[in-house]
Design a protein around this ligand. Structure first.
Ligand SMILES: *[C@@H]1O[C@H](CO)[C@@H](O)[C@H](O)[C@H]1NC(C)=O
Ligand SMILES: *[C@@H]1O[C@H](CO)[C@@H](O)[C@H](O)[C@H]1NC(C)=O
Ligand SMILES: *[C@@H]1O[C@H](CO)[C@@H](O)[C@H](O)[C@H]1NC(C)=O
Ligand SMILES: *[C@@H]1O[C@H](CO)[C@@H](O)[C@H](O)[C@H]1NC(C)=O
Length: 490
């Protein structure tokens, strides 16, 4: 709270200083937008070979805006890299944003050259979120009265926005709701897709709160070469896998954008409000849209924003617009919610809070995340025990040495070993996991033995998922996806 106030004061001071009264209410995002637009102006003037004086004046204004921007946000202006919300509260200074040239993270691509995976500490600085530290994990345990989920204990959910605020309110008996989602681009989910859902179910059970799950079939239609019918069919198939994670039918609403946008005037009203208050320059800066992207893509972020506001679901929240939203998601979805948090106060709504997870690595190594379109990078929820065994044995990148002799002598490297990474996601027992890590690093445990542990962990997990999924009927899907009141008493 204090840092945010300071931030606002600074913003206000600086803005009035440099840009006169009219700019007094500019947020860093407004300033960023102005800069992006001024950059466009300069380019246009140059292309059109305008008078030198005009170009010089435009360049002068651009430079001045850049100086202001740096003073206000503590970061250098970078095209396509909007201001992170809490830049001033971090001590990292201007260099931080520009420093990590190697990791690439956006809602569509994740890649790094580092075998250990993306540098998440740097990402926290770049995105301006906060680290989930031991103090927060302890607090979640204290407030909920439950042992923290292994994803929290092991830093798999590693970053947050405003989680302390959610807990402050919860302690004063003010409840909240959960919102997560998925883009249904194929029938086959892989194990990595389960991460947000496993964690969301834990949050739902632990805090006993309602949950909305958005299936962005419209997004997949806009981005992929798929028919509307296919996207909608994937939605229903994916919903079965999601339901198989064990969500409480009396507290969970799953919806397809293609269905719900047309069925809910309140939802659409919020979409339009967001659309009115976010400019093309902003989404261009956040998502990198270009002139040849279809207008559906440009408008889509508002649709992913809308479920963050409780009055998008009048049947659940009875028209209340002030119920706090908490979004568990992978960190690559954060750009959508930076935009949402920026726009929320301007349309009279609370900002959603977030919990961010790391990526689930591909079998070939943590340089990329698991991708359903690369069959050999993925363990699917439809794989048989034999397929799981073969894939892990053939494709899982090993941190072991080339020969048994060398491995016994020098030990393996669990930090780059994909089988070990997967065990950190799925093996519940902390002591067992730590023993495996030590034995692998010392060379006592061989790569084949480590892979065997993983196979034995994955096979029953996936088999029981398949059994639960078989129990999910079309009727159950319909129930989950029908707009209706939930068991909700705030
Ligand atoms: C990033 O994702 C987009 C959309 O899927 C794709 O067109 C593009 O080639 C990707 N870029 C990289 C560098 O992988
Ligand atoms: C919250 O609710 C519990 C149980 O109803 C009650 O005992 C407690 O005093 C309430 N706390 C606050 C701060 O209102
Ligand atoms: C959901 O509510 C119905 C009606 O109150 C009840 O019969 C059912 O047992 C509840 N289901 C769960 C999973 O709590
Ligand atoms: C996947 O792996 C199998 C077995 O190693 C191989 O035969 C197949 O060509 C691979 N497929 C792709 C698309 O790389």
């Amino acid at each position: 709270m204090v840092t945010q106030l300071l931030f606002m004061v600074l913003t206000k001071l600086k803005m009035t200083d440099c840009l006169g009264d009219e700019a007094g209410d500019m947020t860093p995002m407004d300033l960023y937008e102005k800069l992006t637009s001024q950059g466009d102006t300069v380019r246009t003037l140059k292309t059109e070979k305008a008078a030198k004086a005009d170009i010089d004046a435009a360049v002068q204004l651009l430079l001045k805006l850049k100086v202001d921007y740096k003073q206000v946000t503590g970061q250098d202006y970078k095209t396509g890299c909007p201001p992170s919300e809490c830049a001033v509260s971090q001590d990292n200074g201007p260099a931080a944003a520009a420093a990590d040239g190697e990791d690439m993270v956006d809602p569509w691509n994740v890649s790094t050259t580092n075998a250990k995976g993306v540098d998440y500490d740097k990402l926290i600085v770049r995105f301006g979120s906060s680290k989930i530290d031991q103090e927060l994990v302890d607090r979640i345990e204290r407030v909920s009265g439950q042992k923290a989920h292994r994803f929290l204990r092991r830093g798999i959910f590693f970053s947050h926005r405003d989680m302390h605020q959610v807990l402050d309110a919860y302690e004063k008996n003010k409840s909240f709701y959960l919102y997560t989602g998925r883009g249904p681009s194929s029938e086959a989910l892989h194990v990595g897709h389960l991460i947000p859902f496993i964690f969301t179910k834990w949050l739902q059970d632990t805090f006993d709160i309602p949950l909305v799950i958005q299936l962005t079939d419209d997004e997949k239609y806009l981005w992929k070469d798929l028919s509307l019918e296919d996207c909608h069919r994937y939605t229903v198939e994916n919903a079965k896998d999601i339901i198989a994670c064990g969500f409480d039918i009396n507290k969970t609403f799953i919806f397809s954008d293609l269905d719900y946008m047309g069925a809910s005037p309140d939802f659409y009203r919020n979409v339009v409000k967001v659309q009115k208050h976010v400019t093309f320059n902003q989404v261009k800066g956040i998502f990198g849209f270009g002139d040849s992207d279809c207008i559906g893509k440009i408008a889509f972020p508002a649709i992913q924003a809308a479920p963050s506001f409780s009055n998008s679901f009048p049947q659940i929240f009875k028209g209340r617009k002030d119920v706090q939203c908490l979004i568990p998601c992978a960190i690559d979805q954060d750009p959508y919610f930076r935009m949402t948090r920026d726009v929320a106060p301007r349309i009279g709504y609370p900002k959603p809070a977030l919990l961010h997870s790391t990526f689930f690595p591909a079998l070939q190594g943590a340089q990329t995340k698991m991708s359903a379109s690369e069959a050999n990078s993925s363990i699917f929820l439809t794989d048989t025990p034999k397929q799981i065994k073969n894939k892990v044995n053939k494709h899982a990148f090993s941190g072991g040495k080339d020969t048994v002799e060398e491995h016994r002598k020098y030990g393996g490297n669990p930090d780059v070993d994909v089988s070990f990474m997967y065990l950190t996601f799925f093996l519940e027992d902390d002591e067992q996991l730590e023993k495996i890590r030590q034995d692998y690093a010392s060379g006592a445990l061989l790569t084949g033995e480590l892979k065997k542990r993983l196979i034995e962990t994955l096979q029953p997990m996936i088999t029981s998922h398949q059994e639960r999924r078989k129990q999910v009927t079309e009727e159950t899907v319909k129930q989950f996806m029908t707009p209706r009141p939930l068991n909700f008493n705030f």
